[in-house]
Design a protein around this ligand. Structure first.
Ligand code: SF4
Ligand code: SF4
Length: 440
C-alpha cells in the first residue's frame, strides 16, 4: 500500500513503525474471511482491511480520532486472526495498538464510556480490588435487567452476568516464594500468577505448580510481579501498560540474575501474548529494551514449556472426550497450536477440534463487557460448534475464554493444565460432574 507520510511525521518512531506495517498491506482482503467482526457484521469497516484504511487515513492526516474510527476500532477484538491469514505478514497487532494509543490521546469518549473504562482499569489488574468487586457484584445482580435497558449501562449488566456466584478464597500459592522440586531438580522457572485468573480460578496456578514440582521443576513466584499490562495496553493507555511491563521485567530480571530461569511460565495465553511483546513495547526505552527482550524470549505458555520436558507415562488415563478450544491469543497471538492437543492426547484424552476454531469466542479481555452484543453472538456461535463435537468437556488455556464459554455451555470448561495435572497424578479438577467421572 502506498503511503504519504511527511518526513517530519516519520521522525516519530511510532508513526515510522506503523508506516512500515501499512506498506506491507496489498489490499487483498483475504483477512476479511477470518475476521469475527466482519463475519458477524458484514461491514467492510469492521474488517481488518477496512480498519487498516481508517488507521492510515487518521495517521497520515495527523488528525484526531473521530466517532467513526473509534466505533470500528473498539469493535476489533484484537483476536489477531487476520495476522494468521494475511499472506503479506502485516503486523496488525502493532498497528492497532498504535491506533488505540492515538485514540486515547486525541478523542474524548462519552462520560459513561470513560467511567466504565476507568473502573475496569482501576479494578481488574489488582486481585484484592477485583475480589472485592466480585463480592459486591452479588448485591448488584438484581439490577442486571435494569442496567441492560439503558445503553450506557449495558457494560455493567454484562459484568454482573459474568461475575461468578461464589468467589474462591485466595490461594497461598500466589504469595511470593519458592515451590521446591520433588526429587531431582531438573529446572527452575518463574510463574506469572496474574491478576484476574488467580481470583476467578486459583486452582489453575496451583495445578501448574503441583505438576511442575512433581516433574522436578522448581517454581518461583517472584516478589514484585503483577498484572502483565494487557488490559490497559488494549485500552491505549500506553504509559500505564509500560509501567506494568517494567515492574514485571524488574521482578523477573532479579530472578534471572539471582537463581537463573529456564522459562517464565504463563497459564493465561492473553498475558503470554503481551509478555512476548515486551521486547517490542519497551524497545525505545534504553534502560529496559535489552532486559525486556530477554524476558520476552523466556516467556512460555505452560504447554509450550511442558513439551520440552521429559514427561513420564501418565499415572491415570481419564479417556474422556475433550473439545479443545484454542484461544485466539494462543493460536493467533503466540502461534501455539500443536502442543496443547498433543499433551492432552498423550495424557489419554480423546481430543476433538470444533468447527470454525479460528473464530474468537467473544471474550477478548474486556470485550465481553464493552461490546456485549457482538460478544454474545460470537459466544453462542462458539458454544454451538463446541457442543456439536459431542465432547464431555472443553479444554482451553485462557481464563477469559473459560469464563466466556462457561457462561453459555452445558458442559464443563477446564483449563488444559488442570487436566494434565490430573492425568499425571494430581487432583481431579473440581466441578467435573460425578456422572462424567463414573463413566471414565
Ligand atoms: S484482530 Fe480480529 S477482530 Fe480485529 S481486525 Fe483482526 S481479525 Fe478482525
Ligand atoms: S490479508 Fe494482509 S495484505 Fe491482505 S488486506 Fe488483509 S492485511 Fe492487507
Amino acid at each position: 500500500m502506498q503511503t504519504n507520510f511527511t518526513t517530519a511525521q516519520l521522525a516519530d518512531p511510532h508513526v515510522a513503525e506503523s508506516e512500515k506495517i501499512l506498506r506491507k498491506c496489498v489490499h487483498c482482503g483475504f483477512c476479511t474471511a477470518t475476521c469475527p467482526t466482519y463475519v458477524t457484521l458484514g461491514n467492510e469497516l469492521d474488517s481488518p482491511r477496512g480498519r487498516i484504511y481508517l488507521i492510515k487515513d487518521m495517521l497520515e492526516n495527523g488528525r484526531a480520532a473521530d466517532k467513526e474510527i473509534v466505533t470500528h476500532i473498539d469493535r476489533c477484538l484484537s483476536c489477531l486472526a487476520c495476522m494468521t491469514t494475511c499472506p503479506s505478514g502485516v503486523n496488525y497487532m502493532h498497528l492497532v495498538d498504535h491506533a488505540r494509543v492515538h485514540i486515547e490521546k486525541t478523542y474524548k469518549r462519552p462520560l459513561m464510556n470513560r467511567l466504565t473504562r476507568g473502573v475496569l482499569a482501576a479494578v481488574l489488574p489488582y486481585p484484592a480490588r477485583f475480589r472485592a468487586a466480585l463480592k459486591l457484584a452479588r448485591l448488584g445482580r438484581p439490577f442486571t435487567n435494569a442496567f441492560d435497558a439503558v445503553p450506557a449501562l449495558k457494560p455493567f449488566a454484562a459484568m454482573l452476568r459474568l461475575a461468578p456466584a461464589t468467589v474462591p478464597a485466595a490461594s497461598a500459592m500466589a504469595s511470593p516464594g519458592t515451590h521446591a522440586a520433588k526429587g531431582n531438580k531438573n529446572g527452575r522457572v518463574a510463574i506469572l500468577t496474574g491478576c484476574a485468573q488467580p481470583v476467578l480460578e486459583p486452582g489453575i496456578n496451583e495445578a501448574t505448580v503441583s505438576l511442575l514440582n512433581r516433574l522436578g521443576i522448581e517454581v518461583v513466584v517472584p516478589k514484585g510481579e503483577g498484572c502483565c499490562g494487557a488490559l490497559v495496553h488494549h485500552m491505549g493507555r500506553e504509559e500505564a501498560a509500560l509501567d506494568q511491563a517494567r515492574q514485571n521485567v524488574d521482578a523477573w530480571t532479579r530472578e534471572i540474575e539471582q537463581g537463573g530461569l529456564d522459562a517464565i511460565v504463563i497459564t493465561a495465553s492473553g498475558c503470554g501474548t503481551t509478555i512476548k511483546d515486551y521486547g517490542f513495547m519497551l524497545r525505545l526505552d534504553p534502560a529496559y529494551a535489552e532486559k525486556a527482550a530477554r524476558v520476552s524470549a523466556l516467556a512460555k505458555d505452560i504447554t509450550e514449556y511442558l513439551v520440552t520436558l521429559d514427561l513420564p507415562e501418565p499415572q491415570h488415563k481419564p479417556g474422556l472426550t475433550v473439545a479443545y478450544h484454542s484461544a485466539c491469543s494462543m493460536q493467533h497471538g503466540q502461534k501455539i497450536t500443536r502442543q496443547p492437543k498433543e499433551l492432552l492426547a498423550r495424557a489419554g484424552f480423546v481430543v476433538k477440534e470444533p468447527r470454525e476454531g479460528h473464530l474468537c469466542c467473544g471474550s477478548a479481555g474486556t470485550y465481553n463487557i464493552m461490546q456485549p452484543e457482538i460478544s454474545a453472538r460470537l459466544r453462542d456461535r462458539k458454544v454451538k460448534n463446541i457442543e456439536a463435537t459431542g465432547a464431555a468437556l472443553v479444554a482451553t488455556g485462557n481464563i477469559g475464554c473459560i469464563t466466556q464459554i462457561a457462561s453459555a455451555a452445558n458442559i464443563p470448561v477446564v483449563h488444559t493444565v488442570k487436566l494434565l495435572d490430573w492425568a499425571y497424578g494430581g487432583e481431579k479438577p473440581a466441578g467435573l460432574p460425578a456422572a462424567l467421572l463414573a463413566a471414565e
